[in-house]
Ligand binder design. Structure first.
Ligand code: COA
Length: 262
C-alpha cells in the first residue's frame, strides 16, 4: 500500500488470519494490514511462498507469522488457527483469499478439475470460517471473502471458478445474516482484472489484454494496491455498519460486459 491514505494504525491491535497470504492479491492485503498496524498470519500450502512474505513484513517493522495449511483439510486449518492464537493471542479478522484457477472449456473439464476448484475456493472458505468462528464471536471480529465478478455474467473457460465464487458470495451473505447477531461482520471484495498478479499472467493471454483494457470504463487494469485499500477500508471501523456486502473493485468492467477475464 505504502502511500498513506488512512490514519496511521487504523488496524492496530487486530490479528488477521489471511489465507493465500503469501502471494498475489492476498499477499498485498496481508502487507497492507501489517502496515496498518495489524498482526498477520499468512496461511497457505507452501512455506517457500509464505516465509519470504512474512520475513519482508517483519523486516519492515510489522508482525507476521507464516503458517502452512491446505484450506481443503479442516484439521490443517484448525491447527493453523491454534498456531496463530498461540503466537498472537487471538484472531479477529479473517481474509479468505486462497484460490485455485486455470482456464478450461466446460466440455473438457473433468469432475476432479471442477471439484478441486470448488474444494479450494468454496469449501476452503467454509472450513476457515468454521474454524475461526469461536474467535470471531469472542472478539466481535470480521470476515473478508475474496470472490470475483465472473459469475455475474457468463465467462468462457471459467465455469468451475464462477461456480465456486458464486458460492463464496452466498457464504458471505448467509454468514452476514447468521453471525451478525454476534457482532461479526462478513463482507466480500470482487476484484476485476488485476494486472500485477500471477492470475493475470496465466489467465489472460497477452493478445487479449489491449482489448480487455479498452473495455474497462476507467481505462486501466486494477492493481493489487487497489484491492489492498478496499480491504483495509472494509476491515476497519470506517465500515462498522457494512455487513453482507460484496464490494466490486473492477473499474466498472463487469457492467461494461466484457467477459474475457475478471
Ligand atoms: N486444465 C484442465 N484441468 C486442470 C488444469 C488445467 N489447466 N489444471 C488442473 N486441472 C485438473 C487436473 O487435471 C485434475 O483433474 P483430473 O484428476 O481429472 O486430471 C484436477 O484439476 C486437480 O489438479 P491437480 O494439479 O492434481 O490439483 P492441485 O490441488 O495440485 O492444484 C490448482 C489445483 C487448481 C490449484 C492448480 O491449477 C494450481 O496449482 N494452480 C496455480 C495456483 C492458482 O491457481 N492460483 C490462483 C491464481 S488466480
Amino acid at each position: 500500500m505504502s502511500e498513506r491514505i488512512f490514519n496511521e494504525g487504523i488496524l492496530s491491535g487486530r490479528v488477521a488470519f489471511v489465507t493465500g497470504g503469501g502471494t498475489g492479491i492476498t499477499g498485498g492485503v496481508a502487507r497492507a494490514f501489517a502496515e496498518s498496524g495489524a498482526s498477520v498470519a499468512l496461511v497457505s500450502r507452501k512455506m517457500d511462498h509464505l516465509q519470504p512474505a512474512a520475513d519482508a513484513i517483519n523486516e519492515a517493522g510489522g508482525k507476521a507469522l507464516a503458517v502452512t495449511a491446505d484450506v481443503r483439510q479442516p484439521e490443517e486449518v484448525e491447527k493453523a488457527v491454534a498456531q496463530t492464537i498461540e503466537h498472537f493471542g487471538k484472531i479477529d479478522i479473517v481474509v479468505n483469499g486462497a484460490a485455485g484457477n486455470f482456464l478450461c472449456n466446460a466440455e473438457q473439464l473433468s469432475p476432479n478439475g471442477f471439484g478441486t476448484v470448488v474444494d479450494i475456493d468454496l469449501k476452503g472458505t467454509f472450513n476457515v470460517c468454521r474454524a475461526t468462528f469461536a474467535q470471531l464471536k469472542e472478539h466481535r471480529g470480521q470476515i473478508l471473502n475474496i470472490s470475483a465478478t465472473l459469475h455475474y455474467l457468463g465467462t468462457p473457460m471459467q465455469l468451475h471458478v464462477s461456480a465456486a465464487k458464486a458460492g463464496v458470495d452466498a457464504l458471505t451473505r448467509n454468514l452476514a445474516v447468521e453471525w451478525g447477531r454476534y457482532g461479526i461482520r462478513v463482507n466480500g471484495i470482487a476484484p476485476g482484472p488485476i494486472e500485477d498478479t500471477e492470475g493475470m499472467k496465466r489467465l489472460v493471454p497477452e493478445m487479449f489484454r489491449a482489448h480487455l483494457r479498452k473495455n474497462i470504463p476507467l481505462g486501466r487494469f486494477g492493481r493489487i494496491a487497489d484491492i489492498e485499500k478496499a480491504a483495509v477500508f472494509i476491515c476497519s471501523d470506517a465500515a462498522s455498519f457494512i455487513n453482507g456486502h460484496v464490494l466490486v473493485v473492477d473499474g466498472g468492467q463487469w457492467l461494461a460486459g466484457n467477459r474475457i477475464a475478471g
